[in-house]
Design a protein around this ligand. Structure first.
Ligand code: NAD
Length: 330
């Protein structure tokens, strides 16, 4: 099997690529992998092996149709992770989110259709549903996104649906809750808090911190994506949850404890505009139809993740401070 992976140098995509290359995932064969990644600020090329006989890395943009038409022939499947992914950035600079997440997805799916790719998985997010005070979303819930990021992902989901309904493209959509784990960009909540605490800097909690999120280890998300790739049905959407939700303030307190720091390091800051209060997924469908069961409990995964950041300061410091570096004289 030959799999084309977009955004494979990002947090989740790189974990998925490494799972495929390691063979540590249920797979009939040893897939060949092509990664297409633009290497935006969010990417770390070194997250992937520098060289591997079953990996081809191409730096490029999913909006580049000619490049896609050149690269895609011969691939059996596309797994589409590439996106602008940080909600806070989408508040100030939404245009790039629409370009990559909506236009890029449309360009990719069009190229997949015209090059005869047999199977596509579009990786999306629970944020497309909006915010839910009580209960959990099933896949039938209407899309009510609140941030430009979520709106652009919702747009990409609808484009994906249209390529299935109109053109018969064999595509499934996954909608996952918040991910955590090693190699996540330090702008995201858990690595931001952990890296700050390890540097004895305060951690910023939006508003009163009562906003609740559902958390899943990146390894469980990637295994779910692979289940959908290999067993999911065309035109279907699969929620991928963990059932483990926690208010941000409780998570901050827990991280303070895991980092051996002090609660005085928690600083409440002005709330994010349009901040969703709560996300919660009903993922009965993927559990019952595809046998999905998350393997990493938060009580185990979170301390292990903190330990990883403690043991790998060179990784997160390089990412956290690379944009702040003065321009080279060369
Ligand atoms: P990330 O920001 O870490 O990685 C995104 C990758 O996409 C980067 O390597 C970047 O260089 C690449 N990219 C961006 N624009 C591109 C373009 N135009 N062409 C080619 N490559 C481009 O994101 P992530 O956290 O790994 O998320 C991956 C996917 O999973 C996204 O689609 C996101 O919406 C979805 N998702 C993320 C989470 C989460 O908690 N992180 C939860 C649910 C769903």
């Amino acid at each position: 099997m030959k799999i084309f992976i977009t955004g494979g140098a990002g947090f989740i995509g790189s974990h998925y690529v490494k799972l495929l290359l390691s063979g540590d995932i249920a797979s009939a064969d040893r897939p060949e992998v092509t990664v297409l990644d633009k290497l935006t600020y969010a990417a770390v090329r070194e997250n992937l092996p520098a060289a591997h006989r079953r990996l081809r890395f191409v730096q490029g943009d999913i909006c580049d149709r000619a490049l896609l038409m050149d690269l895609l022939p011969g691939h059996d499947a596309v797994v589409h992770f590439a996106a602008e992914s940080h909600v806070d950035r989408s508040l100030g600079a939404p245009a790039e989110f629409v370009r990559t997440n909506v236009m890029g997805t449309q360009t990719l799916l069009d190229a997949a259709l015209h090059t005869g790719v047999q199977r596509v998985v579009h990786v999306s997010t629970d944020e497309v549903y909006g915010s839910i005070a009580e209960g959990s979303w099933t896949e039938e819930r209407p899309l009510l996104p609140n941030s430009p990021y979520a709106a652009s992902k919702a747009g990409s989901d609808l484009i994906a649906r249209s390529y299935w309904r109109t053109h018969g493209l064999n595509i499934s959509i996954t909608r996952c809750c918040n991910n955590y784990g090693p190699y996540q960009h330090p702008e995201k909540l858990i690595p931001c808090f952990v890296s700050n605490l390890l540097e004895e800097a305060p951690v910023p909690v939006y508003g009163d911190g009562r906003n609740r999120r559902e958390w899943l280890h990146v390894d469980d998300h990637c295994r779910a994506v692979h289940l959908v790739l290999t067993g999911g049905r065309a035109g279907e959407i699969y929620n991928v949850g963990s059932g483990r939700e926690i208010p941000n303030i409780d998570l901050a307190e827990w991280l303070v404890e895991l980092c051996g720091s002090d609660s005085s390091m928690i600083r409440h800051v002005a709330d994010r505009k349009g901040h969703d209060l709560r996300y919660s997924l009903d993922d009965t469908k993927i559990r019952e139809q595809l046998g999905y069961t998350p393997r990493v409990p938060f009580e185990k995964g979170l301390p292990e993740t903190v330990a990883w950041y403690r043991d790998n300061p060179e990784w997160w410091k390089a990412v956290k401070y690379r944009d702040a570096k003065p321009a080279s004289a060369a």
